[in-house]
Design a protein around this ligand. Structure first.
Ligand code: PEP
Ligand code: MG
Length: 912
């Protein structure tokens, strides 16, 4: 087949203050590639290189290796030449070899998820040339050893066989260390490194049957294709699925001239942040290692040093290290290389100002020359995200709208989780101290292997260090604790990204994976023992430490106020108790969108009366039981009206099928029979009668109120009497009575009639009135379609998107877990429709419902009270529909507030 090679540009060059692309090319060049191009353009010293586009990754997936190589060969040849020209070296030369790095780079950062090969171009001949040119034979062989190890792992598939096995190359190194009676990698002599290269190659041949290629070009093509393959590797697929990134995005490949941080004491490498990624504090910070390569900092094997003096002092305090020891053993870069530090400081300022966002940068110092390897918007905790956005607003770096758009609403969740109770934490026993890698409070049972985290409902994953294989376990654990690694170790970076509490580098921990024990200063802890972590201070505690609810204060409160300025959607909450209603109001809820009255019936003292009501065979018997329930409901409603003083409170009539309330086990059926002085047989018969084939589509919702109007009567009475009672106490109660599961107009009007008649009776008895509304849920597809008819009678609509989704798709809400994960994996659906509104289907029904309803009644109040009310994407969709409010669970209220503000701002931007 004739392959076209010149039609579109597939390879983009950068370096020497020039670049083919820039930041706008992010989707094509990936985040890393676009940033390298942009940095090069603005004069930051990046090692020259080129980016193979993400489109080539997609092409590769269909074409395969050979054809892809043909497709890009010419462009790559000329780009490699270009790098050689800038660096004064030649790729493939035995005398003056140019060495390359090959890295992945998707349009979004996926730390550690895909593969990298460094020092590419080394072989048995060029290694000698590097040794001669750098006058450092050890460095040359150490680089070669690293190359063989990475190439063997990434391209040739030399990986550990099981979780208990260590990396095969590490095993060979450990063996040689034992033979030589040495402890550290740095203790290897040049001869040892040569031997390692030989043993590595033999091991590769033995295990894979293939020989490591000597030809640099063959090496390059192998590495490029391996990076493309890693986009579809297990780790990357898991990460992509977790974050909802589509498979067709692909990854770009960045090929760059190698610069070396391991050329001796005048070289080094590090990672730095323009602000604190944990707290958001505006301080430059980061870590570095002298005489090391990048992965040494991130892998967490050596303990890195702090870049700034301030950071170093703070670190020493936490690590309980004296100032003298700090200065001698762990000095900051600022102290030992002040000139380089000054230069680095300038570049980090420049980059943050340029990108107007907190940057996470990697750098290398090669023989006293500073190179910036990459920059990207830094991952940060929820707390840091809020602080940085608000600080940058105050500093005039970004506008109010930008500050709001900078916030990922879902990440606010981290700020809405419990923190340690101050009293409990004072009493708790600190057993060790590590680095505060990712803030938060976590309590759980110790587990040592990532794939076993699920053993415990609350787990703390304890590891020497983590690697990308641990991702799933980290995600499931409450917190992560590692013995090794700094603030930029894999564990720290990934945990911060997940918003998960993490303590890293707790050196006092002795972990034995085989025995499943953790020993701290002689005391042994076992798998299953409880410990607690304070990711904000680095303290590790014995046992469970009590937590308390979070509060909306400081920058978080400021951000919320700011977002209220922009949003047009109102935010209500779904709350069934006065406590939840109050919590929601403190988070800014403007009323209640849904009180599910049935939840009140499940409490111990009420379930009995409820069961009596259900088992009654006559209306009289039912009324007797309902009379017992009435005062209980009334007092709950009073509490809710009080908590929501002045705001609308939508209370829904009984919705679920009655069989949910009756006992299904023999022992509890016996108890019930005794309680009600009826026979066990009678209970059993009633339970059997209530059994339904499709309860979700059965006798529930308004169908209950229609068959048993006395239930609607009791609930209406409880709502209105409660409203009158609190009104007498000076509270402004605004009751809204909502009829569930309506599908025909008649269903609604029949229930409305019962409500109105009951209301008149209550008002007559009490000799006072209160105004209230009667509306309906739109949750049966038919209701959306006949919304114009329903609107003639209803005063408000509330979309029950849980049921609307269930009935539109025909997926049972309770059983979808069996197939939805597979649907998502196979791309049948892009998102779980029970989490994010399916705009095409369910959304169309909503649009029809809003349109037809308002055709008849232009001022019809419309809201949504399904779970989607707290999902940012769904909130944005609701904003486009022009409905009045979204209602969500109390702890999602701040998320909905910011999401609504973002939706309004985006709409504004679109319209201008
Ligand atoms: C809904 O169906 O969206 C709803 C809010 O009601 P429930 O979840 O109680 O069925
Ligand atoms: Mg419903």
């Amino acid at each position: 087949m004739e392959v076209q090679t010149t039609i579109k540009k597939r390879v983009f060059n950068f370096g020497d203050r020039k670049a083919d692309g820039d930041a706008k090319f992010r989707n094509l060049l990936g985040g890393k590639g676009a940033n390298l191009a942009e940095m090069s353009r603005i004069g930051v010293p990046v090692p020259p290189g080129f980016t193979i586009t993400t489109e080539v990754c997609t092409e590769y997936n269909t074409l395969g290796k050979e054809e892809t190589v043909q497709l890009i060969k010419e462009e790559v040849l000329s780009s490699v030449d270009n790098i050689g020209g800038i660096m004064g070296a030649e790729f493939g030369s035995d005398e003056n070899p140019l060495l390359l790095s090959v890295r992945s780079g998707a349009r979004v950062s996926m730390p550690g998820m895909m593969d990298t090969v460094l020092n590419l171009g080394l072989n048995d001949r060029s290694v000698e040339a590097v040794a001669a040119r750098t006058n450092n034979e050890r460095f040359a062989w150490d680089s070669y050893r690293r190359f063989v190890q990475m190439y063997g792992g990434v391209v040739m598939g030399m990986k550990p066989g099981s979780k208990e096995e260590i990396d095969p190359f590490e095993a060979i190194m450990e063996e040689l260390k034992e033979e030589r009676e040495i402890e550290l990698d740095t203790d290897f002599t040049t001869e040892d490194l040569k031997l390692l290269v030989q043993r590595f190659k033999e091991a590769i041949k033995l295990k894979t049957g293939n020989t490591l290629p000597e030809d640099p070009w063959e090496q390059l093509w192998g590495a490029v294709m391996a990076v493309f393959d890693s986009w579809n590797g297990d780790r990357a697929v898991y990460y992509r699925t977790m974050h909802g990134y589509p498979a067709n995005w692909g990854t770009a490949v960045n090929v760059q001239a190698m610069v070396f941080g391991n050329m001796g004491e005048n070289s080094g490498t590090g990672v730095c942040f323009t602000r604190d990624a944990g707290t958001g504090e505006n301080v430059f910070n980061g870590e570095y290692l002298i005489n090391a390569q990048g992965e040494d900092v991130v892998a967490g094997v050596r303990t890195p040093q702090q870049i700034t003096k301030l950071g170093s002092e703070r670190w020493a305090e936490l690590a309980r290290i004296t100032e003298e020891e700090r200065r001698n053993k762990y000095p900051s870069l600022e102290e030992i290389m002040p000139e380089i530090y000054k230069e680095l400081f300038e570049y980090q300022r420049m980059l943050e100002t340029h990108y107007r966002n907190m940057q996470d940068m990697e750098f290398t110092i090669q023989n006293g020359k500073l190179w910036i390897l990459q920059t990207r918007n830094g991952k940060r905790t929820g707390a840091a995200m809020v602080k940085i956005a608000m600080d940058m607003l105050k500093e005039g770096l970004i506008s109010q709208q930008e500050a709001i758009l900078r916030v990922d609403p879902v990440k606010l969740d981290e700020l809405l989780h419990p923190v340690f109770d101050t009293k409990a934490i004072k009493k708790a026993k600190v057993i060790a101290q590590g680095l505060p890698a990712s803030p938060g409070a976590a309590t759980g049972q110790i587990v040592f292997h990532s794939d076993e985290v699920e053993k415990f409902k609350n787990a703390i994953l304890v590891r020497l260090e983590t690697s990308p294989e641990d991702l799933e376990g980290m995600h499931l654990a409450n917190g992560i604790l590692t013995a090794r690694g700094g603030m930029t170790s894999h564990a720290a970076v990934v945990a911060r990204g997940m918003g998960k509490c993490c303590i890293s580098g707790a050196g006092a921990l002795k972990i034995n994976y085989k025995e499943r024990t953790l020993t701290i200063e002689g005391r042994e802890y076992h798998e299953g023992d409880w410990i607690s972590l304070n990711g904000s201070t680095g303290n590790i505690f014995e046992g469970k430490v009590a937590t308390k609810e979070p509060e909306l204060t400081g920058e978080f409160a400021d951000l919320m106020k700011l977002s209220d300025k922009f949003r047009t959607l109102r935010i209500r909450t779904n709350a069934d108790t006065p406590k939840d209603a109050l919590a929601a109001r403190n988070f800014g809820a403007q009323g209640i969108g849904l009180t599910r009255t049935e939840h009140m019936f499940f409490e111990v003292d009420r379930i009995k009366a409820m069961r009596e009501m259900i088992l009654a065979s006559t209306t009289k018997g039912r009324r007797r039981a309902l009379d017992v329930l009435l005062p209980m409901q009334r007092s709950d409603f009073e509490g809710i009206f009080e908590a929501m003083d002045g705001f609308g409170v939508t209370i829904r009539l009984l919705d679920p099928p009655l069989h949910e309330f009756v006992p299904h086990q023999l022992t509890t059926q016996k108890e019930l029979a005794d309680d009600l002085h009826i026979s066990l047989e009678a209970v059993k018969t009633k339970v059997a009668e209530l059994e339904e084939f499709n309860p979700m589509l059965g006798h529930r919702g308004c169908r209950l109120g229609i068959t048993y109007p006395e239930i609607t009567e009791m609930q209406t009475r409880a709502i209105l009497e409660a409203a009158l009672n609190v009104q007498a106490r000076g509270v402004i109660a605004r009751p809204e009575i909502m009829v569930p599961l309506v599908g025909t107009l008649k269903e609604f009007t029949l229930q409305k009639q019962v409500i109105q008649e009951t209301a008149e009776q209550v008002f007559r008895e009490r000799k006072e009135r209160i105004s209230f509304k009667i509306g309906t849920m739109i949750e049966v597809p038919r209701a959306a379609l006949i919304a114009d008819r329903i609107a003639t009678e209803a005063e408000f609509f509330s979309f029950g998107t849980n049921d609307l989704t269930q009935m539109t798709f025909g997926y049972s809400r309770d059983d979808a877990g069996k197939f939805l994960p597979i649907y998502l994996k196979q791309g049948i659906l892009n998102a779980d429709p029970f989490e994010t509104i399916d705009q095409k289907g369910v959304g169309t029904l909503m649009r029809i419902g809003v349109g037809r309803g308002r055709e008849v009644k232009p001022s019809l109040k419309i809201g949504i009270c399904g779970e989607h009310g707290g999902d940012p994407e769904s909130v944005e969709f609701c904003n486009t529909l022009g409905i009045d409010y979204v209602s969500c669970s109390p702890f999602r209220v701040p998320i909905a507030r910011i999401a609504a503000a973002q939706a309004a701002i985006k709409k504004q931007i679109k319209n201008t």
